[in-house]
Design a binder for this molecule. Structure first.
Ligand code: ZN
Length: 349
């Protein structure tokens, strides 16, 4: 067995602010505790969460330096005490949610409602580094046919999309779904999952390239984000409007999203890229009998279902950009400037 190095290359968040707050550092290789596994990281994908934490909008009291990065793929480097069902060298994908494992919510399969719920890279150390130690429960086998970069593109955004479509919206095959920001990390999964259900998908995108990608992923129609969204949905649905709107764009588009719903429609929100504070006319909500559903992540078990879709060839990871770990600042700018199409993935040496 090769000797384990004692230090590792990392890119750490050393302050709260712009991309310059990300600094290359050498850190000690973590030791796996009891019932933990040490993973040698090969790829880590970015999420908007990384930008929120960097800016201090999410988890502002986190001690620094901190390692971002929730979506991690690699291979097992060492096993902690009490882990006997895995082998060193085995390729793995990490589930980004960590929970207590013994409360009522954890035991009923709603671990993402656990009061001790943590996300790798947000509440605990993440994957902008060569190694990470995680609980055994967070280890999944690498999906067959995927390389580490493709696999890393999946967990957080696909889990988020899964819960939104199957649990919160409970989308039906005869329904129409409106998916905003069509080529974002979550939306590329939303579009594909809405099509797995068999629903009609209207996507909203801002550039010709993004529209083409949305259609390739299965969207039935695409609306240009510069046009009047409500009017466009009205025209496409013959005045019926959408049964479900999937939105993580936030305040800027909130009222348009509500107005794009039919009577009795559901709006599912999992984020607010353009800001958290939006005005909700309550008469729209009660008179049209709308449901506004919040969603964060999905349960650990949901990721098994997501990987089943991948195995069946019905869900494909969408990797837009691959850059080296030390180019993490450039990767953050791609996300922040909304230039990304699909996932931005850091390749770890
Ligand atoms: Zn719990």
């Amino acid at each position: 067995m090769p000797q384990m190095p004692t230090s590792m290359q990392a890119v750490a968040l050393t302050a709260r602010g712009g991309p310059e707050a990300l600094q290359p550092l050498w850190l000690p290789v973590p030791k796996p505790a009891s019932h933990e596994v040490l993973v040698r990281i090969q790829a880590v994908a970015l999420n908007h969460l990384d930008v929120w934490v960097r800016k201090g909008v999410a988890s502002p009291k986190l001690p620094l330096p901190h390692l971002l990065g929730s979506d991690i793929a690699g291979e097992i480097a060492a096993l902690g005490e009490g882990v006997s069902d895995l082998q060193e060298g085995q390729p793995v994908l990490l589930n980004p949610g960590v929970s207590c494992g013994h409360c009522e919510r954890c035991l009923s399969g709603h671990d993402n409602l656990c009061r001790k719920y943590q996300i790798l890279g947000e509440h605990r150390t993440g994957g902008y580094a060569q190694y990470i130690a995680v609980p055994r429960a967070n280890i999944l086998p690498m999906p067959e046919g995927l390389n580490p970069i493709e696999a890393a593109a999946l967990p957080l955004s696909a889990l988020t999309a899964y819960q939104m479509v199957f649990d919160r919206a409970q989308l039906k095959p005869f329904e129409t779904a409106l998916v905003l920001a069509a080529t974002s990390g979550v939306s590329v999964n939303l579009i594909q999952m809405c099509k797995i259900v068999g629903a009609r998908v209207i996507a909203v995108a801002s550039t010709p390239e993004k529209k083409v990608l949305a259609l390739q992923l299965g969207a039935d129609e695409v609306i240009d984000s510069s046009t009047d969204q409500v009017q466009a949905v009205k025209t496409l649905t013959g005045g019926e409007m959408a049964d479900v709107v999937f939105d993580h764009t936030g305040a800027d588009n909130w009222q348009q999203s509500l107005r794009s719903l039919k009577w009795g429609g559901r709006l599912v929100t999992c984020g607010a890229t353009s800001g958290h504070e939006a005005i909700t006319p309550l008469n729209w909500v009660f008179f049209k009998q709308l449901s506004i559903l919040g969603s964060t992540m999905g349960s650990k078990a949901d990721l098994f279902q997501v990987l089943q879709f991948v195995k069946q060839g019905r869900l494909k990871p969408v990797v837009g950009h691959v850059v080296g770990l030390l180019q993490a600042r450039e990767a953050h700018l791609l996300l922040e400037n909304r230039q990304a199409m699909g996932k931005v993935v850091l390749q770890v040496p």
